[in-house]
Design a protein around this ligand. Sequence first.
Ligand code: ATP
Ligand code: MG
Length: 462
Amino acid sequence: MSGPTRPDRGARLEVPPVASELGERFRLAGHQLYLVGGVVRDLLLGRDHGDLDFATDASPTETTRVLRGWADRLYLVGVRFGTVGARKDGRVLEITTFREEVYPEQTRKPAVTFAKDVETDLSRRDFTINAMAVRLPEGEFVDPFGGVRDLAAKRLDTPLDPELAFSDDPLRMLRAARFVSQLEVTPAPRVLEAIRRMHGRLAIVSAERISEELSKLLVGSRPGRALEVVVSTGLAEEFLPELPALRLEQDPIHKHKDVLHHTYAVVERCEPDLVLRLAALFHDVGKPATRRITPEGVQFHHHEVVGARMARERLQALRYPAAVVDDVCRLVEMHLRFHGYTEWTDSAVRRYVREAGPLLDRLNQLTRADCTTRNPFKAKQLAALQDDLEERIARLAEQENLEAMRPPLDGNEVMAHLGIQPGPVVGEALQHLMELRLERGPIDKDEAYRLLDAWASERGIR
Ligand code: ATP
Ligand code: MG
């Protein structure tokens, strides 16, 4: 990531044309309009930012009036909180009246109170790097809290006292960690201290808001560092206690590290894919519960099964979609399947592919990432074995179309051949044929009918 360009006093920032155009409309209507928040930060960093957020002194009603006839669509669901949404030329715009205080969770308090000026609005934003604005249409840069300075120093700090910021909205503590991962910034000492003191407040934040930040944290560029922040400040105890519980577990395979540090490394070594990184996060969480000291040393028997169960409970509590939960748990459960791979039969390779199904590529990646040994010889050896397995999968896939692996006959063919009606016997026959397919590789129809006859007469069906 390249460093931010430092705008001089009175400098102008190149903003998207649609933003200047809207600024002109607000000016003509006698109102102020500022581009604010993450998009300003990302403009300085030269990073793409999809949505455009604006702040204005206009009320939502006045904003709506300015937008009508210009925007392609209007979204008014957020008006109660001061936000009017719009779509223009394929971009999503959100225009929010200057805010003083935000109580996103405590619904009994007023949801929002409006402020007179942009400085007050910026002062209540989460971090200085998100508290910069560009006045439209002129493009004058507004940075009352040193956001550019902090961005250049990769420092994460709050505009006002962090205690105040975090009691206004405790989610900001987790957002801090999210920005550590996404922007590679380092939280100021006072930010870390405030999180250490106040992490219990996260309890009032909804699971949906927490998981949204956790997901962004995980797919960022430094999730390992961010997770370390979350654990070392105690914040993890509030939404992911399985993680700090790994701290004291020594991993017998990777003796140099505890399982917690190993987990940070595995998450970071995986591609930034949410399912894959969640699987990396949870892959060893079953270890503390399954730890046994035996004469041969420490064992974590079936930790992958226990871990998959624990992952399911946690991910459901965090309200992840069912499909994500299922995929993550399946990966956790299968993450040791490769271990013990030396000379698998073709049949074992087929079973591995079938069990992994559409998760095969992710499973291979997780397995590779899981090897964090510092012993270069061992690392090389494991990588070579993994290469070998992946080559064999590719070769078999070419010969046999593994992806579409099905029994050599379908249900109708089985019924017609055996002269039977739909029922459990058909399923059993198909399962038997599938077993043979996995065992032997492709089977042609004639052979399949012979095998079916043999099975049927053994079962006394014909
Ligand atoms: P991204 O769009 O990548 O999630 P972002 O920084 O734009 O990053 P948003 O959640 O889109 O974050 O919020 C837009 C802006 O609103 C932020 O940059 C910040 O100024 C402000 N903001 C968002 N959430 C909070 C919060 N919980 N407390 C205070 N300010 C917030
Ligand atoms: Mg945003």
